[in-house]
Write a protein of this length. Sequence first.
Length: 243
Amino acid sequence: MATERYTRFKDISVSERVLNTVFLLTIGLGYLMALANLYYTHQGHDGEAGLSIEDVMINYHGSNGSTRLGSAINGIMEPNLKYKSDKEVILKWIQEGAEETGYDEKIAPILNRDCILCHSPSINPNLPDLTNYAGVAEVAHSGGASYPRLIRVSHIHLFGIAFILYFIGRIFLLCDINVYVKRVAVVIPFIAMLIDISSWFVTKINPAFAYVVVGSGGLMGLSMGLQILLSIYQMWFYTNNDE
Ligand code: HEC
């Protein structure tokens, strides 16, 4: 063994190992709670129980079927339509992206006839304003995550998770394993987190990226979990036969 070497788990005191262990276990539990929270906040967006890739797509990208205008005329507002056929006209317009082109000639006449007697700010300021394109667009677009929300959640994740990964990584570096494995292993969760967060923004534009969100999120959890488990194992159950 070389005379100059770095600190390993066997070089640290038992109290330090105890502290490391309770920290890692608490983070592990926190991670499980984060997964449970993810499940409960995002499951069922697609109308079916359980978390699916469609739920992730709807969360970031939105869904044409679930606009407020679409659900309203499929549901409680339907009886206000004078002609049933107008429902298809509106739904088709929503499906095609609820663009301003076509609004004036196809959509406005229907809303002006059947809806604005209630949906006008002068009559009821609490209802969606259906007297102009801007007001209608607000309820006709699919939603998904807004940029302010994505930016808010991103900065919380970047600051918070960077700290968590840093401390887990510092402890993990005391493991007695191949140095090249370690050098790569400490970087993986950070890269996975960056890919995860950037793909939220991409998924807002292209729903297929929901797979990247799930894959990179999973990779981060997995690599973090392995660092935690290996560290706890080496701290308490591992003896180096070289010395
Ligand atoms: C008689 C008055 C009246 C008419 C006419 C009317 N609405 Fe409404 N609308 C309401 C009321 C009241 C609410 C709020 C209902 C609630 O929150 O339960 C509402 C809510 C809505 C909402 C919001 C639903 C949500 O997500 O909160 C939309 C969208 C909507 N109406 C669209 C329409 C359309 C389209 C028409 C014309 C076909 C129409 N409404 C005609 C009274 C009306």
